[in-house]
Every structure is written in C-alpha cells, then in structure tokens.
Design a protein around this ligand. Structure first.
Ligand SMILES: NC(=O)c1ccc[n+]([C@@H]2O[C@H](COP(=O)([O-])OP(=O)(O)OC[C@H]3O[C@@H](n4cnc5c(N)ncnc54)[C@H](O)[C@@H]3O)[C@@H](O)[C@H]2O)c1
Ligand SMILES: N[C@@H](CCC=O)C(=O)O
Length: 542
C-alpha cells in the first residue's frame, strides 16, 4: 500500500493487581486449575505445522512441586532443524516482500490477544512452569511481552523513516532497510516469557525468518506464545520453534551458510560458546552473522550514608528476592554504609526471615522455587561454601529443601572482604552478599565495586545527598547498562528504560528499542540521478 501510515501510539500495558476478589484473580485461578489438571503434549512448530521432535523426551514440571508434570516434549534433532531451516528459507521472500504494515499488524494483533483472551493462559503457564507469583508473571508474560510487541512496531516504523538528510542537486538518495540474508537463530532463557517472545519476533518484524530454540524449562509458556502468534496471523515458516537442549539445533544452525544472526539471552558461558563456534565457522557463512546477546550479571546496590534505611531495605528485598533472584538484573551484592546498616539491619533480617515462600498458586507467597535441580545444587554449593568460610557470615536464610519443590530460603551473607568470589560470581538465585563499609570509605568502596565483577548489567545508588548520586553516576558509568537512582536495580520497563548491559553481560543492543531492531537490518543505500551526465569530461579539464 502506497501510504505513510501511523500505527496506534504505544503505551505501557497497565499491571493488573490480582487483589482478592478481583476479576483477573478469579480468571487466573480458574486457568491455573485447568492447566494443572491436564498434561500437555508439546511439539515443535516447523513450516506452520506442529510435529513431535525426534529426540529425547523432556518433562516440564512445576519447580515448586517437581513431581507434577505439566507437559512433555521430544527434543528437536538435526533432521528437525534442517526441516526448519528449509521452511524458514522458503518463507523468506514472501515475508520480506510483505508491507511493513502487514508485519506490524501481526504483532499488534498478538499484543491485543495477549492483553485480552490469552492473558491468563500465558500467565498461568509462566506461574506453573517457571514458578512465578501472579504479580511476577503479570509484569513479565503479560505486560512486558505486550509492550515489546507494541513498542517494537513503533520503533520499526521509525526506522523506515530514517532516510538520508542530504541530496546533491539532481540526486534523490534513499535507504532501503532490508532484512538480513538468511535466517536468524533465536535462543531464549528460562526466566522471562517476555524475552522468549521478543527474541524471535523482533527480527521477524524487520522481515527476517527465524529458528527459535526456547529453554526446555520454559517450554510450556513458549508453546503457548507460538500458538498465540499463529492465531495472530503469522504466516507458516516465519518463526520455526524447535524444543530441546539446543545441541542438535546448533550443530545444524551454526554450521549453516545461511546463518544471518543470533539473538540470544542466557548465561555468559553459553553465549561465549556460541560466539566461539561462529568464529570457528566464519569462512563458511554467506554473510557475517550478527551476534546479539544479553547475558549474566552481578548487579549491585550501593547505599551511601545519606540513604534512607527503609528505601535500602525495600530495594534489597524486592531487588534480590523477587522471582527467587532469578532475574539477570537481581541485586546480588550490596555495599551499605555502616550508619545506614546499623539502622536497618534488624528490620531487614527480620523481614527476610519472614518472607513467605512456597507454591505460587497460593497467592500469599512472595517467592516460589528455583527453576530446577541444577540451580538448586549450585545454590547449595554456594551457601555451603559461605558457611565454611571464615570471611563470610550467613545472617539469615541458608536453608534449602528439595523434597517437594526446589526451595532455597532467601539468604543474606555478610562479607568483610569485598574481593571474595561471592562479590563477583553470578549464582542466579536468592543469595545476596552484603559488604558493610565505614561511611568515610564510600568512594573507595565505589571504585572497588566498579570492576571486581566481570559484568556490567544493572546497579543502583541509594542516597539523599546529591553529591553522592552525582559521584556514583559518573564513576560507575561503565559498571551498568541500566543504572538506577534511589530504586532497586530490577524491573526495567519497555519504552522507559531500554534494557541491556556491557562487558561480560552482553552486546548491549537494548531489548525493545530501535537499536536492537537495527541489528536485524542490512541497509541498502540507493542513489538515483535524475538527469544523468552524458559526457565523461569534467569542467576542470577545459
Ligand atoms: N541480560 C539479560 O537481559 C538477561 C535476561 C535474562 C536472563 N539472562 C541470563 O540468563 C541466564 C539464565 O538463563 P538460562 O539458565 O536459561 O541460561 P542458559 O545459558 O543455560 O540457557 C539459555 C538458552 O541457551 C540454550 N543453550 C544452551 N546451550 C546451547 C547450545 N549449545 N546451543 C543452543 N542452545 C543452547 C538453553 O537451552 C537455553 O535455551 C543467567 O545468566 C541470566 O543472567 C540475561
Ligand atoms: N528486564 C528485567 C530483567 C530481565 C532479565 O532477567 C528487569 O529489568 O528486571
């Protein structure tokens, strides 16, 4: 259609409260009961068809009740992957030649379906499969994913309007924002349904076709997201979903000449493995694959002596323990001025001790279980080490129980030595290490925390004294891609705080922002000369 069009202006989807007696709580409860009753047969989605993978069987369980199976699937094999690459290749020309508005309409419809009839289906799957409370599911699988889809439409349209600002006399310059040549490989983590939905759809919006490999532990909500996109009108072959651990998928996808890009979120070691493999295969690709990855963090809170102790206490509890500390943004190390610590310590530890934890279908719980036995074992090792160390003191928590679910009590460890590995290792669980410093040492401690960890994802400064805020904002400029002042370091909102970090935390191609979408385009500059010259000689030649 030859028209300049304006899609609906994006606004952030409001969070529903799920307060007792609210209609959303009633609808969510009914959906939770429905999904708990029925074991789902989960399949791969290739070329618009649902089919069982040919690989090993996996069970998706409730982390807070690990004997309760929600669904089963068979992992994708090399043959499944080859079929998916073929489907993506066949779908490519129709999809990329489609008007941007048609592609936008698919995502806008997906967003509206998710805001409406699909909301509680995907929230319930996220609660049960990933052990999120109702509120944590709502901000992720409903609001953030809706926001990704609506804001990305806005940014994609904006990118099309980015055109050359100069034309020499007799010349018209244009930019053609082409998709990449080949397929994009999207690999997604267990912890955010929104990220899992965004990583394949962002490149697709820009006209690419995609192979999507979700995390096995997030497969229930991932499958529903794929169903939703199908209902939204996504043509067959545009996104091909391959369940499983990804080993067989990578063997084919990373070695394929048409690999055009990787859109990854997950741990730093996995990302480094993918990057290394691409490097090893570099001569075999048709183009240089775009590699976009958001990875781990060791996110900090720095509390100055002027900080309000109640603000620090609340930021630490929410920042470190919501969703069991399994946000890449979660506060996992805190540096607190002694005068503030002395005022907050007792209340803080008592509140952490009192945190309610258990089955997330019981709405009185603040926390659920960690994702699986591997995570549970990792946290146990970290806590046992802290108990053994003479330099670390477990102040509260430190108990674990995996009889029914993978439960790790929220744990606060005090560390006198800020070079201990607890201040630099990502455990990705409900473990917060605190270093208490003399008020006068604020700047020394700030400089030390700047580079003790290899990551640079999120961080907060909490202070009332503006000089401390200004100092931290400047000194810690490269220590976090998302920096918070007087707030917890979690909970970035699409359109407000574009999310991503540098150093070992990733390529910082901010999710849900125009800079991310640009990575999925290969611009073509077009110069049209309106009345071309007909004599090769220049005037200076006489
Ligand atoms: N920076 C961010 O925006 C952000 C957001 C969410 C999570 N994270 C990070 O993610 C990590 C937690 O997520 P996780 O446990 O799912 O991470 P993970 O690295 O274990 O897995 C991520 C994905 O990679 C897949 N994978 C692993 N090896 C693979 C291979 N060889 N080929 C293809 N796929 C492969 C997994 O199956 C999964 O789908 C944490 O480190 C966290 O900080 C970062
Ligand atoms: N964007 C989320 C974190 C995503 C990573 O797990 C936040 O800001 O808390």
């Amino acid at each position: 259609m030859d028209a300049i069009t304006f899609p609906p202006a994006p606004t952030n989807e409001p969070n529903l409260t799920y307060a007792p007696g609210s209609p959303e709580r009633e609808a969510l409860t009914a959906e939770l009961e429905r999904q708990e009753r029925r074991e789902k047969n989960l399949k791969a989605y290739i070329g618009g068809r649902w089919k069982a993978g040919g690989g090993a069987e996996h069970a998706v369980v409730q982390p807070h009740d690990h004997q309760h199976v929600l669904g089963r699937f068979k992992g994708a094999t090399q043959a499944d992957t080859k079929a998916a690459v073929k489907a993506a290749t066949e779908a490519a020309s129709v999809w990329r030649d489609m008007d941007m508005d048609d592609r936008c309409a698919v995502l806008l419809r997906a967003a509206d379906l998710l805001a409406g009839p699909w909301r509680q289906r995907i929230n319930a799957a996220t609660m049960l499969g990933q052990s999120k409370t109702a509120f944590q599911a709502e901000i992720d699988s409903a609001c953030e994913l809706i926001d990704f889809w609506r804001y990305n439409v806005h940014y994609a349209k904006q990118i099309l309007t980015d055109q050359p600002i100069a034309n020499s006399p007799g010349v018209w310059n244009r930019t053609d924002h082409r998709p990449l040549e080949g397929f994009v490989y999207a690999i997604t983590p267990f912890n955010f349904t929104a990220i899992a939905g965004n990583l394949p759809t962002a490149p697709a919006l820009m006209g690419n076709t995609v192979i999507w490999k979700p995390s096995p532990t997030q497969q229930l909500a991932a499958s529903l997201t794929m169903e939703l996109l199908e209902e939204a009108g996504l043509p067959p072959g545009v996104i091909n979903m391959l369940p499983g651990d990804g080993i067989a998928v990578s063997e084919v996808a990373l070695g394929h000449p048409d690999l055009a890009g990787i859109h990854f979120t997950g741990s730093t070691p996995t990302f480094q493995h993918l990057w290394r493999t691409v490097g090893e295969n570099i001569e075999g690709y048709r183009s240089y694959p775009r590699i976009v990855g958001e990875t781990g963090g060791k996110d900090f809170v720095l509390a100055h002596s002027s900080a309000d102790p109640d603000v620090v206490r609340t930021a630490l509890i929410r920042g470190a323990f919501e969703f069991q500390g399994q946000k890449c943004s979660a506060a996992s190390r805190a540096y607190v001025a002694r005068s503030v610590w002395d005022k907050m310590k007792d209340d803080f530890l008592a509140e952490v001790e009192a945190i309610t934890m258990g089955d997330v279908t019981d709405f009185s719980n603040f926390m659920g279980a960690v994702i699986d036995d591997r995570a549970f074992a990792k946290h146990r090792t970290a806590i046992e080490r802290a108990r053994r160390s003479r330099k670390l003191d477990v102040l509260v928590g430190g108990t674990l129980d995996d009889e029914v679910g993978y439960f790790v009590r929220p744990t606060v460890v005090q560390g006198g030595d800020p070079t201990d590995e607890m201040f630099s290792t990502e455990y990705f669980g409900p473990i917060l290490v605190v270093h208490v410093f003399d008020d006068a040492d604020f700047e020394t401690v700030g400089r030390q925390l700047e580079s003790i960890a290899p990551y640079a994802l999120t961080g907060s400064i909490i202070a009332r004294d503006r000089r401390a805020v200004a100092w931290a904002q400047q000194e810690l400029r490269f220590a976090a891609g998302n920096f918070y002042i007087n707030d917890k370091p979690t909970g970035a909102v699409v359109g407000q705080q574009p999310f991503g970090g540098g150093r070992a935390s990733g390529t910082n191609d901010k999710a849900g922002a125009a800079v991310n979408l640009l990575r999925w385009t290969s611009p073509r500059s077009i110069k049209e000369t309106l009345v071309p010259p007909t004599d090769y000689r220049y005037p200076y030649m006489g």
